[in-house]
Design a protein around this ligand. Structure first.
Ligand code: ARG
Length: 445
């Protein structure tokens, strides 16, 4: 029983939050004269000593003491004597754990917000550096149209901006204090919930005591936000893995962000990126796990809910590491613009530009222009050349309306430069998008 019941092996991680919430509660009990002022002072003094002890030596794990709440209370009794027993007046472990956990999640979110900010800054800075570097843009992982590397990197910045928003929203929504809901029904003592809420940095107290002790939306919302962010990191990681592969050769991983092989001396493996991709799977599983844990629970608290903490602790550590690794990698990896350009140019990626030119300059309906362009691509394939390597005579055999002005749009540089529509890949668009994002990101912090 002791073994299945105990949460202390993992919930000891809540010790800072547990002590802070207990200090706030004890002060409120004293101020409301629910306990005597000097008893409250002794309790607060004892809790402060426990904080110093745990800071120095960690939290001792005694399975018989079940959880962090009993561990602290037992230690408090050893330090200050019987007055320790007054701390739990007008409180239950149910509202206590909900409060502690919310405080922990709030801190976790603050850490992620800062880490997302760092990564987004790195990406936008590199996007600015490569606002005119040409690479192939894909659909179906087939070369589609040339884009700029800066544009590609800024796509990920947009994802991270949404991740930041999701975490910030989750933080705002969770910031109400459950403390004072007691076991499930509230209490008959004249507590001041607004005071404890304020002392702990909450916007105010929660409204319904049953909901207060049974709500784990904040934990689930944390995990869904984390899963979404991890998913974005995984997609970026996948691209780095692909780009670092020799047939691509678009990026060169720095030594500090790659590993060797124990048998093949030439290897430079993208292990960090692969682990970020792998970790996203685990985070997604943790999210699913907690949702399944919660889905059948009646009001109010059930002990199943003790299982809410390990998935968040694990997801937090994995995401924090993933964000840091991606920032480090992206900051230091070398892009290889020549190889990117070669790939962009070799896939007939400017075919759409030829079709658009026919529409614009020769007033050809787009469908017909598409057809003519298809024949030009076929001719280029047969001649073993790129579109802009076809002689004008060949193009004119395909359609006599084509003249030599067409060559100004057939290069990959001309293609990207022409895509100046809002949100498009033209270097000047990318440059201002990156500058704007950097300003926006700086204002987050
Ligand atoms: N260790 C418990 C948890 O993490 C604390 C709440 C226990 N409440 C109770 N009524 N047994 O959920």
């Amino acid at each position: 029983m002791a073994e299945i019941n105990a949460s202390i092996p993992f919930d000891k991680r809540l010790w800072r939050q547990d002590l802070a919430a207990s200090v706030a509660h004890a002060r409120m009990l004293g101020a409301q004269r629910i306990i005597e002022a000097d008893a409250a002072a002794r309790i607060v003094g004892g809790l402060e000593q426990i904080a110093a002890d745990y800071e120095a030596g960690g939290v001792p794990v005694d399975m018989a003491l079940e959880d962090i709440h009993m561990t602290v209370e037992t230690r408090l009794a050893a330090i200050i004597g019987p007055d320790a027993g007054r701390l739990h007046t007008a409180r239950s472990r149910n509202d206590q754990v909900a409060t502690d956990f919310k405080l922990w999640v709030r801190d976790a979110i603050d850490g992620h917000l800062a880490a997302i900010r760092t990564l987004a800054t790195v990406l936008a800075t590199r996007a600015l550096e490569h606002s005119a570097t040409v690479m192939p843009g894909f659909t179906h992982l087939q070369v589609a149209q040339p884009v700029t590397l800066g544009h590609h990197l800024m796509a990920t910045v947009e994802m991270l901006k949404r991740d930041h928003g999701r975490f910030a929203d989750a933080r705002a929504r969770l910031n109400q204090s459950p403390l004072g809901a007691a076991a499930l029904a509230g209490t008959g003592f004249p507590i001041d919930r607004a005071a404890t809420a304020k002392a702990l940095g909450f916007d105010g107290p929660t409204a319904n005591s049953l909901d207060s002790v049974s709500d784990r939306d904040f934990a689930i919302e944390y995990l869904t936000s984390a899963a979404q962010c991890a998913l974005h990191l995984s997609r970026l990681a996948e691209e780095i893995i692909l780009w670092a592969s020799q047939p691509f050769g678009w990026v060169k991983l720095p030594d500090q962000w790659s590993t060797g092989s124990s048998i093949m001396p030439q290897k430079r493996n993208p292990d960090a990126a692969e682990l970020v991709r792998g970790h996203s799977g685990r985070i997604l599983g943790l999210m699913t796990g907690l949702m399944v844990t919660m889905k059948g629970l009646p009001l109010a608290y059930s002990k199943d809910m003790q299982d809410d903490k390990p998935p968040l602790f694990e997801a937090h550590d994995l995401l924090e590491l993933s964000l840091a690794a991606m920032a480090g990698m992206l900051e230091t990896l070398d892009f290889v613009p020549e190889r990117m350009r070669l790939s962009a140019a070799s896939g007939y990626s400017t075919a759409t530009d030829l079709a658009d030119w026919l529409v614009r300059e020769a007033n050809v309906p787009f469908r017909e222009a598409h057809h003519i362009t298809g024949r030009a691509v076929k001719a280029a394939e047969e001649a073993g050349t790129m579109l802009d390597g076809l002689p004008l005579e060949t193009l004119q055999v395909i359609d006599k309306r084509i003249d030599d002005r067409v060559f100004s749009v057939l290069s990959v540089e001309a293609s990207v430069a022409s895509r100046t529509s809002l949100g498009g890949t033209a270097p000047n668009r990318v440059e201002s998008a990156a500058e704007m994002a950097l300003r926006e990101i700086a204002a987050w912090g």
